[in-house]
Write a protein that binds this ligand. Structure first.
Ligand SMILES: *Cc1c(COP(=O)(O)O)cnc(C)c1O
Length: 455
């Protein structure tokens, strides 16, 4: 298999358990706090929003968490996903590095999101939930959960960030096609949305606002729970199915990564590809770098504060310790809508704090250029979010060329860009510009961090 381009696995090789990195952390995660009391919350505090099985996964320190048979059965439609060796890209870069990518764009919804959408919908179904509310940025998560809802007979309501709602009508049509209801956020349907609209009638929205709307809706109804597409421990857990498969595939190729690269919005696809390998580093001292790549216009890990903050703009969620730009920060409307979250997964933030992963940021133009270089070599047009990972992997390959070292680079190609062609039209038409966030707005958002952050 030394000269493979595509390393495919049979269905029988779909992992039977997800990998929980909490089992191998050198220091445990800081607790999640109740915003009123400042004390650690218990499972009952989260029960209005999530089914108990997912709350249990959220706090679990068990290393292997069994994947239910029915979830695994649904996974079989697109899993295992192939691992590709990017041979033409290596040639184009004239690098001694070996570049592999795990292609999660082969799921029916076109990204890694169904890995957790199907699992979350299934656990909700088990506990009798008939309706799930959620938010979506670029529309990837909304369409993945809508698909899972259609499979399992659960009603889905999606609050979609206004800028994406306007930029991506096809994503909305896909959600509605699956039978979901899709509302532009901020909306006039919730207190949270109405409060934002009163102050900023032309708000382009943010994930933080859309989360407030979805949480408010779920908290108000007994038959309704809430689902999040990233950030939370159980979401990152479900995504490890990709990294576990990649480990088997690289074994077949007789290789092992020196560097793992992923883009980070809330951190789930990066965690999915990196954690199973990072676990080996933590347990066996494997030598391995993990590189998280984020947009310069929403630089959570590279410019944010590591502090307790709310997950949403209207402060309906508990406080979690994470890298944050402040819960009221609204990033500019750049095209990688899935990377516009003000916070970062607590697990990713904690690992960054422990120097177990590196973070860097790139501007959008250099990411689109990298994405098209990749497309010309490999034939896949990446999602704008995934372009950040492509750019990171290319830079690592160029570093290897400069150093004359033949390292192995693995990255997560977390989605295709077939619903994002307007972004490419704008890029090719010279209309896309690099966007800076507003420094004064960032300073204001950070100064509004809850007071527990000072402790
Ligand atoms: C949602 C999404 C992201 C960002 O979310 P993570 O949780 O950081 O993975 C990145 N890429 C694609 C294609 C997405 O759909």
């Amino acid at each position: 298999m030394e000269d493979s381009v595509k390393i495919a696995l049979p269905e029988s090789e779909i992992p039977r358990a997800w990998y929980n990195v909490a089992a191998d952390l050198p220091e445990p995660l800081p607790p999640v706090l109740h915003p009123g009391t400042g004390q650690p919350i218990g499972p009952q505090d989260l029960a209005p929003l999530f089914p108990m099985a997912l709350i249990a996964q959220e706090v679990s320190t068990e290393r292997d968490v069994e994947i239910p048979d029915e979830v695994r059965d649904i996974y079989r439609q697109w899993r295992p996903t192939p691992l590709y060796r990017a041979r033409r890209l290596e040639q184009a870069l004239d690098t001694p590095a070996r570049i592999y990518y795990k292609y999660e764009g082969l799921s029916p919804a076109g990204s890694h999101k169904p890995n957790t959408a199907v699992a979350q919908a299934w656990y909700n179904k088990q506990e009798g939930v008939s309706r799930i509310t959620t938010e979506t940025g670029a529309g990837q998560w909304g369409s993945a959960l809508s698909m899972a809802g259609a499979f399992l007979g659960i009603e889905i309501e999606v609050f979609m960030v206004r800028v994406s709602f306007d930029q991506k009508p096809y994503r909305r049509a896909m959600m509605e096609g699956f039978g979901a209801r899709c509302v532009a956020s901020p909306s006039s349907e919730t207190n949270a949305g109405r409060a934002i609209l009163a102050e900023h009638p032309d708000s382009t929205g943010s994930l933080g606002i859309a989360i407030s709307e979805a949480v408010e809706r779920a908290a108000g109804r007994d038959d309704t729970k809430y689902a999040l597409g990233s950030v939370l421990n159980h979401v990152l857990l479900h995504q490890t199915v990709a990294g576990l498969e990649a480990k088997t595939q690289l074994e077949i190729a007789g290789d092992y990564p020196d560097v793992i690269v992923g883009c980070t919005g809330g951190g789930s696809n990066f965690a999915g590809i990196a954690f199973p390998f990072l676990g080996e580093k933590l347990r066996d001292g494997r030598n391995l770098r993990c590189v998280a790549v984020e947009p310069a216009a929403c630089p959570t890990l590279t410019r944010g504060k590591y502090a307790y903050d709310f997950g949403d703009t209207s402060h309906l969620t508990p406080l979690v310790k994470m890298h944050t730009l402040g819960s009221t920060f609204v990033p500019p409307g750049f095209h990688a809508g899935g990377l516009r979250y003000h916070g970062m997964a607590p697990l990713i933030s904690h690992l960054a704090q422990l120097d177990l992963l590196e973070a860097r940021n790139y501007q959008q133009l250099e990411c689109f250029a990298a994405g098209l270089q990749f497309a010309r070599c490999e034939g896949i047009v990446p999602a704008p979010e995934a372009n950040h990972a492509v750019k990171g992997a290319i830079d690592e390959a160029l570093r290897c060329k400069e150093e004359g070292t033949s390292q192995t680079i693995l990255f997560n190609l977390c989605g295709h860009g077939h619903f994002d062609m307007q972004a490419y039209i704008d890029y090719l038409g010279g209309k896309l510009v690099d966007q800076e966030y507003d420094e004064s707005e960032l300073a204001m958002a950070l100064s509004g961090l809850p007071s527990v952050a000072a402790g």
